[in-house]
Design a protein around this ligand. Structure first.
Ligand code: HEC
Length: 492
């Protein structure tokens, strides 16, 4: 009998005779149990920190109308202008065109009933006026590298990829390398850069869509919208609001305007100056640096409006909310502006509007499209989010292979190209990603968290295991392989 046969006979024997005292053979953990886990590494028995609990009792119905969504009634103008005769195209203005009111109305809704200091002890409250308002995306506690941690439910962001690629440096997608206003000395003192961990919440309108897309079975469901196969709950309904709190481990000494920002404990990667970030985690402190919002507004050409706030300790006020300053709003990627078109045909920006009152934050995205202080400067909110697609048939999405390269490709934002034209395009659900290259990928209606969820489910469904954590700095070898794949595509 070969060893193999011997082993299988033994296994059969064990299965067939569960004698007393024998350990049961572990069963495959169910999709539901993994999907709705709180964290990759559970909280210890006697935690000394707050403990995150996934908010996933999604509503089964929603009101016909969002009464509190006051911004939906603000008369902002989403229309695109084209040059006609002597009439020039004008970029939108922060004041006098209601954009300032629009973002403030969203902020008033988002901060309702939240802790004035957004303190570590209280964190983000899911209940507003006695009712659950805020819900999380499932399946984000499977990936050991970037998956949810147990204190505040944050996940590790992949931010700085493209800048890294363009500069040809050794910087990775999980590590945020610099931040607007960062002192030069910090760039050399912290050679591995800084990590960003963040947590997102959908309101009940968004939560309803999440629950229909990923029901209690934990298995993503498909439905149909306008004759096209899309995730069952999509597109997100009018009334959807998403908020995301971003933290960074950058020391306040490196970015003085962060002084006074809430300090959150986060169970994140251990760090040494010699090796950078490690797979092992430990509870360490972070500062809240940015608050992102996104709302569904059917008047927008993409169906969405994205906005961001940055913490500024220099502004007057006593609460956290007094210190977050709007950076701007964006409702499209300006497909008539370079690099989506050649420079000679480029129109002024029309789908980003920047708060010109704030001198502190000069950090914008590609050609002044909107991006936040910790975001990729070669991208922009809606461009990166417009690339939220999932791979078909329950398989994992691999960016640049079967789903679009959200974090960039060589030459992003550098010159007019088909890839830039596709990346800085506007599409709305159920449209495919432009260009035809990712024709089988289906829309996530701009939700990159849902893309993470579908991809993690894809690993569960195909490999029965998540990708192992090898290097949270993501420099070798996955990073090298990704770079090589991108190079190959560019030179084709
Ligand atoms: C280069 C890519 C990139 C850019 C630029 C970017 N994001 Fe995101 N964003 C992500 C990824 C990836 C996630 C999901 C992963 C996570 O939350 O951990 C995400 C999640 C979010 C979420 C939670 C809901 C969702 O769609 O997944 C919001 C809201 C959001 N971002 C807003 C913004 C805003 C506002 C901006 C611009 C100021 C912005 N983002 C710029 C990559 C990007």
């Amino acid at each position: 009998m070969s060893i193999r046969n011997l082993l299988s006979t033994l296994v059969i024997a064990i299965v067939a005779t569960p004698a007393s005292g024998q350990l049961p053979i572990p069963k495959q953990e169910s999709a539901a149990s993994i999907a709705f886990r709180n964290a990759v590494v559970p909280a210890p028995q006697k935690p000394t920190t707050p403990v995150f609990k996934l908010s996933h009792t999604y509503p089964h119905s929603i009101p016909a109308k969002c009464e509190e969504c006051e911004w939906l009634n603000i008369p902002v103008n989403f229309a695109t202008q084209f040059p006609a005769g002597s009439k020039k195209v004008e970029s939108p203005q922060w004041h006098g065109q209601h954009w300032d009111e629009y973002i403030n109305a969203i902020l008033n809704y988002v901060k309702e009933d939240q802790d004035p200091q957004l303190s570590n002890e209280i964190g983000w409250k899911t209940t507003v006026k006695g009712k659950t308002r805020w819900f999380n995306v499932p399946w984000m506690a499977y990936d050991p590298t970037a998956g949810r941690e147990y204190v505040h439910g944050t996940t590790n962001e992949r931010t700085a990829t493209l800048g890294d690629l363009v500069q040809g440096s050794q910087q990775g997608p999980h590590v945020q390398f610099f931040m607007v206003g960062e002192k030069e000395s910090c760039k050399t003192d912290y050679p591995w850069g800084f990590e960003s961990w963040s947590v997102g919440y959908y309101n009940e309108f968004g939560g309803y869509a999440l629950g229909r897309t990923i029901p209690t079975s934990g298995v993503p469901q498909m439905g149909e919208y306008l004759g096209t196969s899309v995730p069952a709950g999509l597109p997100f309904p009018t009334g959807t609001v998403v908020v995301k709190i971003l933290t960074s481990n950058i020391p306040v000494d490196c970015v003085p305007f962060l002084r006074g920002s809430p300090e959150w404990m986060v169970d994140r990667h251990k760090y040494t100056k010699a090796n950078g970030y490690e797979c092992d985690r430990e509870v360490q402190s972070d500062h809240v640096v940015q608050v992102d919002v996104a709302v569904v507004d059917r008047r927008s050409p993409t169906g969405w409006v994205y906005g961001t706030f940055a913490y500024d300790g220099n502004t007057p006020g006593t609460t956290f909310w007094d210190h977050i300053v709007p950076v701007g709003l964006q409702w499209g990627s300006d497909p008539w502006t370079f690099p989506a078109v050649p420079l000679s045909a480029s129109l002024p920006l029309q789908q980003s509007v920047i708060n010109t009152d704030s001198a502190t934050f000069q950090h914008l995205g590609c050609k002044d499209r909107l991006a936040g202080p910790v975001d990729n400067q070669q991208s922009s909110c809606t461009s990166c989010h417009a690339s939220a697609y999932a791979a078909p048939k329950g398989t994992p999405g691999i960016m640049g292979s079967n789903v679009p390269p959200s974090f960039g490709f060589n030459g992003m934002c550098q010159a007019y190209s088909l890839e830039n034209a596709a990346y800085f395009q506007n599409q709305s659900a159920p449209q495919r990603f432009p260009g035809g290259q990712y024709g089988d990928a289906f829309t996530m209606d701009t939700s990159l968290q849902l893309e993470v969820a579908f991809t993690q489910y894809g690993y569960y469904n195909t490999d029965r295991a998540p990708q192992t954590c090898t290097d949270p700095n993501q420099i070798t070898p996955p990073r090298k392989a990704a770079e090589a794949a991108i190079q190959k595509k560019v030179s084709k």
